[in-house]
Design a protein. Structure first.
Length: 382
């Protein structure tokens, strides 16, 4: 087997997209792909059948949305540069500002642009409801001292002429009760602004686990409709990343060596936590793993191995997993749910080779759409 490789299952991706399409139809809302979570543009023809476009976190993602998806591009960045803004005004449909200072700096430039004056470009402000609901501090944009979003105190001193919508993004892998409490906090702090007749849209951001089997989609529909009615809004937007690609991809790896230290059996693989699945270290996150026979590994048992990467980082460890039989060099292991927040975050640290990127078509055939070579590593820094 050619290893390592990401394999994206297009049938599973379509299943997620069908759920999202049904929800947006029932809720009369718009849903776009968050490129920060999944940016494999070879899948864009399929995604564009169901969704309304992409949300971008800066110029390069906005260009990818414009060039390869060709639908709506919703752009937000914590700070824009002059050179970036010039290009973004040509390709964005929503341009959201993080702070009063950024909006004031660029307001005249934006509002005098022909696309703004024609209504093709709309501007918004990201708001910070200062209402934390998550459990992982690194993913909490509402933490004290956060750089993300404008607080109610900051907003009351801002001239909103030219602003037609608001944007919040406070969730990460969360369910509808967290969204419900966030919406109440937003009404308490920003309700008067949202009721202003010039405000016509609200972007509820991402972090909604919409396509998880136990997610209460009916409740989300209720929340969207209630919010739209409460503020008499024309449009509600959602921009999930994980919900689109969740459970649609795997990462296959081979065992390269097995070493022993202090009673541990350590299987060194040709994939790396730090290079290929960084959320394992950042979140931290423990992926499900399937052994050479396809059976799921357990947390403990007779054949317990510490799975580790080939980089020089001492902490390049994925975790301890027990298998049904002893591992041997050359065995293939499969890491589940490796489509989102993996390929978009990979690095060439240590010169560790990138996995191939493979599409599994709905008829079962495999297509390798990208193979990385030494020249990709060499040319990155020259």
């Amino acid at each position: 087997m050619q290893s390592p490789r990401y394999i994206i299952n297009l049938a599973a991706l379509r299943h997620n997209l069908e759920l999202l399409r049904d929800l947006k139809q029932e809720a009369s809302c718009h849903i776009v792909l968050a490129l920060k979570g999944f940016a494999l543009w070879k899948c864009f023809p399929l995604i564009s059948e169901y969704l309304d476009g992409c949300c971008a976190s800066g110029l390069w993602e906005a260009k990818l949305s414009h060039d390869k998806m060709g639908l709506h591009t919703l752009t937000y960045s914590p700070a824009y540069k002059d050179s970036e803004l010039k290009d973004l005004l040509e390709i964005s449909h929503h341009l959201d500002f993080n702070s009063p200072s950024q909006w004031l700096r660029y307001r005249e430039t934006v509002t005098s642009h022909p696309r703004f004056q024609s209504g093709k470009l709309k501007c918004g402000i990201r708001i910070n409801p200062e209402h934390s609901t998550g459990s992982t501090p690194i993913y909490d944009p509402c933490a004290s001292g956060s750089r993300l979003g404008t607080t109610a105190e900051q907003l009351k001193h801002l001239d909103l002429n030219g602003i037609t919508g608001f944007h919040f993004h406070t969730l990460c892998e969360q369910y509808t009760h967290d969204l419900a409490s966030t919406l109440e906090a937003i009404d308490d702090k920003f309700g008067d602004y949202l009721r202003h007749p010039e405000i016509t849209w609200l972007n509820m951001g991402g972090g909604h686990w919409i396509t998880k089997p136990d997610y209460d989609r009916a409740h989300l529909i209720e929340l969207i409709k209630a919010t739209q009615q409460r503020y008499q809004l024309q449009e509600i937007w959602l921009e999930p990343g994980e919900a689109i690609a969740i459970h649609s991809g795997v990462l296959e790896a081979n065992v390269v060596d097995i070493v022993h230290n202090a009673g541990h059996q350590i299987a060194i693989l040709d994939v790396s936590a730090t290079c290929h699945m960084p959320d394992v270290l950042e979140m931290p996150y423990r992926p499900d793993v399937f052994g050479p026979n396809g059976a799921p590994a357990n947390t403990d048992g007779d054949h317990l191995y510490r799975l580790a990467g080939p980089s020089c980082l001492a902490g390049d460890v994925i975790g301890d997993y027990a298998f049904h039989a002893p591992l041997k060099v050359g065995d293939t292991l499969t890491f589940d749910d490796m489509a989102h927040y993996t390929m978009v975050k990979t690095t060439t640290f240590n010169g560790v080779p990138h996995p191939d990127i493979v599409l599994k078509h709905e008829d079962g055939t495999l297509e390798t759409v990208r193979q990385f070579t030494y020249s990709d590593f060499r040319d990155r820094l020259s």
